[in-house]
Design a protein around this ligand. Structure first.
Ligand SMILES: NC(=O)C1=CN([C@@H]2O[C@H](COP(=O)(O)OP(=O)(O)OC[C@H]3O[C@@H](n4cnc5c(N)ncnc54)[C@H](OP(=O)(O)O)[C@@H]3O)[C@@H](O)[C@H]2O)C=CC1
Ligand SMILES: O=C(O)CCC(=O)C(=O)O
Length: 439
């Protein structure tokens, strides 16, 4: 490969002062930083700084009262050199074009870190899913499927759940797509319910991988799980499943939260007693309201949770929560990124200087897309795996990826994020060079 190291760019330099960054800004700054350390052709890095395509659609919805509202939807497709585009669909009021692009870049790296034969994509609709009835969500999802039908498919771009979407939404998407095709095509989405070709264990998988990576990092840095305290922000597909598994494996979960705030008990919270977001949204704060006087649990804000003096912090809700404004106050020794992009580039630099170990999203929550890959294989073969097999294979894939990163961390004395990018970019760069740079 051409040996043209990039110098620090203005993008990177200006980042240091910005407390808040868009997902796209963070993703590009991370890419520039690692490109400067690696022997990768500048042309490849320049190509990877931009998505291949971003599809913007309008999605009309007839509300239950008969009125019509039009929502904006996106599908950003970043890179497909290693296989079909892959990534979730997010229903959230803050979804933007740039957010989808940044998240699609992270999907490209994530799939490469896990050595999956996929590229990266991400999409979503600018909507508050809590403002929709079940019927409205179904009509919106079916219409969105219709609007993006030409750019998705089992061999081209395969959506999956993300924040605000769930297996039911994937079932509607698959059904809408299949009806148009005139045959059942389960492989067009992953994260479906198992009864229609979904994989056992997919819903829990991103939380499971966060737990596995937390276990490996605690082992690496010599924190026995039975003596380890953990705070988890967000109690959804990722946060609740990670918290429950870590509790099962002996860790003490001292704090969890939902969108309204969190609960904290230094002696540990019984997280299995709190419904997760998909079981009952906003249940964490409702749990706090139901507590008897005398219980040792106190209510805290989401920002207080991030600053708790714990061994491990797991931000597992929205992005951009650890910024230059609070990075100095993060008291955890290890941060395991359950969410996508919870740490801005500027905050990452501060945490690195302070010796806080950050295990990046593109490894930590990669269990979701890894089991999505298992699901895709099961759909192709029309053969369902047992939950035990899924979990065993996920554990093995996560350990393989962890060891590849560990190798870089030890050999080159770099951060875990730099190591993850190095592994990913090496695989992606080689694929681009082999195929002729611009596939
Ligand atoms: N689902 C997946 O397959 C994967 C998801 N991810 C990433 O993980 C993160 C969480 O996704 P997921 O678990 O699926 O989402 P869910 O929708 O299942 O749950 C989100 C959780 O975060 C809480 N929350 C929402 N907004 C905030 C906020 N501003 N501050 C604190 N908590 C908040 C919600 O609270 P409430 O219940 O009150 O609404 C809920 O508990 C996202 O960054 C997503 O991209 C990564 C890999 C895979
Ligand atoms: O399962 C997938 O395809 C993607 C999940 C996702 O969106 C993510 O990992 O951020």
């Amino acid at each position: 490969m051409a040996s043209q190291h990039r110098s620090t760019t203005t993008r990177e330099a200006t980042a240091a002062s910005a407390a808040s960054e868009t997902a796209l800004e963070t993703a590009r700054r991370q890419l520039d930083r690692v490109a400067a350390q690696l022997d990768i052709d500048d042309a490849v890095i320049e190509r990877l700084s931009h998505p291949r395509a971003v599809h913007e659609v309008t999605v009309p919805l007839e509300r239950d009262d008969g009125s019509v509202e039009v929502f904006t939807g996106y599908r950003a497709q970043h890179d497909s050199v290693r296989g079909p585009y892959k990534g979730g669909l997010r229903y959230h009021p803050d979804v933007t074009r740039d957010e989808c692009v940044g998240l699609s870049m992270w999907m490209t790296w994530k799939c490469a870190v896990m050595d999956l034969p996929f590229g990266g994509a991400k999409g979503g609709i600018v909507v508050d899913p809590k403002s929709l009835s079940d019927g409205e969500t179904e009509r919106l999802t079916r219409r969105f499927a219709q609007e993006i039908r030409d750019v998705i498919g089992p061999n081209t771009d395969i959506p999956a759940p993300d924040m605000g979407t769930d297996p039911q939404a994937m079932a509607w998407l698959m059904d809408a797509y299949s009806m148009q095709e005139g045959e059942t095509i389960p492989g067009v989405v992953t994260g479906k319910p198992p009864v229609i070709g979904g994989s056992y264990g997919r819903e829990e998988a991103p939380g499971r991988s966060v737990a596995i990576v937390t276990r490996e990092s605690c082992d690496y840095y010599d924190y026995p799980l039975a003596e380890t305290t953990v705070a988890v922000q967000g109690f959804g597909s990722v946060g609740a499943n990670a918290a429950r598994l870590l509790e099962e494996w002996g860790a003490t979960i001292v704090a969890v939260s939902d969108v309204n705030g969190g609960v904290y008990d230094p002696d540990g919270i019984d997280v299995s007693a709190i419904p997760s977001h998909d079981e009952e949204p906003e249940a964490v704060t409702r749990f706090a309201t139901d507590l008897d006087e005398g219980d040792d649990v106190s209510r805290i804000s989401n920002s207080d949770l991030l600053e708790l003096d714990v061994d491990v912090l797991v931000p597992a809700a929205v992005g951009n929560v650890i910024t230059a404004d609070n990075a100095d106050a993060i008291a955890a020794d290890i941060v395991v990124e359950g969410a996508n992009g919870p740490t801005t580039f500027a905050a990452d630099t501060i945490l690195e200087e302070r010796g806080v170990h950050v295990i990046p999203d593109i490894l930590a929550n990669a269990g979701g897309v890894t089991v999505s890959y298992f699901e895709w294989l099961q759909d192709i073969n029309r053969r369902q795996w047992s939950l035990e097999r899924v979990n065993e294979e996920l554990d093995a894939e996560m350990k393989t990826a962890w060891n590849a990163l560990k190798n870089h961390v030890e050999r080159r004395d770099v951060t875990w994020r730099d190591a993850a990018y190095a592994v990913a970019l090496d695989r992606i760069g080689d694929s681009h060079e082999m195929r002729g740079l611009w596939p």
